[in-house]
Write a protein of this length. Structure first.
Length: 634
């Protein structure tokens, strides 16, 4: 209480409120006592407050044990949460209804120290007739409010004894206990926040794909995440509080570079733990205090293969096509797709053969995307487009200092970049003979030595090679190794030229007209009839690549074309003669019709065989037969 006058005013106002609330002076105790689930909910809601306040209540009780006092803790509404005290006084208070669950607010119990203190938000002592209910006249009570760090009321601590035990110092004891409880509440909250922050930080660090450790300037590791333990194949206890140079031999050198304000980022390192050679991308950053003094460093390890995969993803080293992108319904294409799908998941090498422009890389990408390696890299290299002097370093990579101009830290080759995925060796027939020997060794041993290095890196790569050459003839000429040929052609695949894909020309024309119209932002053009007929009749020596370029030309020209074809298969037939000549003479078109009918009949209706005999492709023969059917049934 803050002085006698103030104290009297508080008691007066409390009595007035008690009358307004309708509290009877002759009541035996509180109007309201919580029980069962209602009480359980209140206790659960205030569990943290009870756990923190109880030790201080016990300390206070030890000071007053045997002197006839009891200590209550209430919630912010005046409901008693817990009681500690001498047995005789607890028994006497129980008789007047003061138990755990009793509502000691002014509305339920009239004027009392707890109810008045909670309403006025102050510390107060009540004794005898200060109470509103006469049954409480025998008690003296001292109450103080418990606040949180924001000043909000959490509850109330009360010390009750018999009236004759009243002493001003008892209120001081309660106030001191409340201050201790409030300090502990703040400390507990701070500790909880720190613990939550620590757990949050650990969760974040452990969710990182990158490995991480932090060490002080003495090189002692203070923190490490699970990813690094997994990368290095060690237990967290085996690295925490140990020296950083057990992981990085040059740790002191790295720290010295950081002290000199030099950066240490994205360096490729080799870790030889557990008798294995692992490559990592390492970055180390200084930890500084408010005075800009370095107090430690953070090392971040990235799996080099994941770095390669990300580089491959954003530099186009990935497969975009699937079997659904292969346009065609001819028997040869359907057979090709079925064969390629069936071997997609095999680890065996594939040799794709076919003329230029037939879509060999499309087949290779489709195989990759239909396999369990689909999430790995698809790395392509054209063996005929790289100078002889560079192809070895491109395929196998090089270490730092391997040759003049070699990059600092070395450079991975295509085999390392494709690890876990597929390496597509296009135009394999163009590979120099000396490189064929090195390639064969890698295929047989399953590991790669960088130029200038002596450590073998094991790779898990599926090889798909492609060529437009007849490699058996190249073997006879001595330009291709026979042993490499058999190593590559475990699964040979033949991609047919466009002229052998009966019925696919029309489908491809329709497909490319749509694709090129979208690409050029133009409507799909109506191809001039004479141009369309020439498209059907043309043998397409450049295959699909030639057709694609031709159709783009047609879309640009709005249905016409300026495309320079090498040769038309036949000239556009002349119009039929106006009148039939006598005897057995007839027009050239009639002779053509007779020749076609006779040939088809002799070939027992086999269109493919008839086309070979007549020297035309099958799509042309089909077009002529359909034309004659319209004129007269054949």
């Amino acid at each position: 209480m803050n002085g006698t006058g103030n104290y009297k005013e508080i008691i007066k106002r409390s009595h007035e409120r008690s009358i307004q609330y309708g509290v009877e002076k002759d009541r035996p105790g509180p109007k309201r006592i919580l029980k069962g689930n209602e009480l359980a909910d209140v206790l659960e809601e205030n569990e943290a407050l009870i756990q923190i306040a109880k030790p201080f209540m016990e300390i206070l009780y030890d000071m007053l044990r045997g002197s006839g006092f009891s200590i209550y803790l209430t919630d912010r509404f005046g409901v008693v949460l817990t009681i500690i005290g001498d047995d005789d006084i607890l028994e006497a208070q129980t008789k007047v209804g003061i138990v755990v669950g009793s509502d000691m607010s002014e509305k339920s119990s009239g004027t009392n120290s707890m109810g008045a203190a909670l309403h006025e938000d102050c510390s107060i002592q009540t004794s005898g007739e200060d109470h509103f209910i006469t049954a409480f006249y025998i008690w003296t009570c001292s109450a103080a409010i418990i606040h949180n760090e924001n000043g909000s009321i959490l509850g109330c601590l009360n010390l009750t004894g018999r009236r004759q035990s009243a002493h001003p110092h008892t209120l001081g004891l309660v106030v001191a206990a409340v201050k201790s409880i409030e300090h502990q509440l703040t400390a507990e909250k701070t500790e909880t926040k720190l613990r939550e922050a620590y757990e949050y930080l650990n969760t974040v660090l452990d969710s990182m794909n990158s490995g991480f450790f932090a060490a002080d300037t003495n090189g002692v590791i203070k923190a490490v995440n699970n990813s690094l333990c997994s990368m290095l194949e060690i237990e967290k206890e085996g690295i925490l509080h140990k020296k950083a140079n057990q992981i990085l031999e040059n740790w002191e050198s790295i720290l010295e570079q950081l002290r000199e304000k030099n950066t240490f980022e994205n360096r490729e390192i080799i870790y030889f733990g557990n008798q294995k050679k692992n490559r990592f991308d390492l970055s180390v950053f200084p930890i500084k205090n408010e005075n800009d003094k370095m107090t430690g460093a953070v090392a971040i390890f990235k799996d080099i293969q994941k770095v390669y995969n990300m580089v491959n993803k954003y530099t186009g080293m990935s497969a975009a096509y699937t079997f659904d992108d292969i346009i065609g319904e001819s028997k040869s294409v359907m057979k090709l797709k079925a064969q390629a799908k069936s071997i997609s998941d095999s680890p065996s090498t594939v040799l794709i053969q076919g003329e230029s422009g037939t879509g060999k890389e499309l087949i290779a990408q489709s195989i990759h995307n239909n396999s369990s390696r689909r999430n790995g890299s698809f790395v392509a290299i054209n063996c005929g487009a790289i100078p002889k002097s560079l192809i070895e370093s491109e395929l196998f990579g090089y270490e730092e200092g391997a040759f003049t101009g070699a990059k600092r830290g070395g450079h991975p080759g295509k085999f390392e970049l494709a690890n876990g995925g597929t390496l597509f060796l296009d135009e394999i027939g163009e590979m120099p003979l000396d490189m064929q020997v090195s390639l064969l060794r890698v295929l047989q041993e399953g590991c790669v030595n960088r130029l200038g290095g002596n450590k073998c890196t094991i790779t898990d790569v599926r090889i798909i090679a492609a060529t437009n050459k007849d490699l058996k003839k190249e073997i006879e000429r001595g330009t291709f190794r026979e042993d490499l040929y058999y190593r590559l052609s475990v699964i040979p695949i033949y991609v047919p030229p466009l002229r052998e894909r009966e019925g696919d020309v029309e489908l491809l024309i329709k497909h490319f007209l749509k694709v090129k119209a979208v690409k050029l932002g133009k409507p799909i053009p109506k191809v001039q009839p004479d141009i369309y007929e020439k498209l059907i009749r043309y043998r397409w020596p450049g295959n699909i690549r030639e057709m694609e370029n031709c159709i783009e030309n047609i879309v640009n020209m709005d249905g016409n074309t300026s495309f320079g074809f090498e040769a038309w298969e036949t000239e556009r037939p002349a119009e039929p003669a106006a009148e039939r000549l006598s005897y057995d003479m007839c027009s050239l078109e009639e002779w053509e019709k007779k020749a076609i009918l006779a040939c088809v009949e002799k070939c027992n209706g086999n269109i493919t065989r008839a086309a070979q005999v007549l020297g035309v492709n099958r799509s042309t023969l089909h077009a002529k037969i359909n034309k004659y059917k319209q004129e007269k049934s054949v």
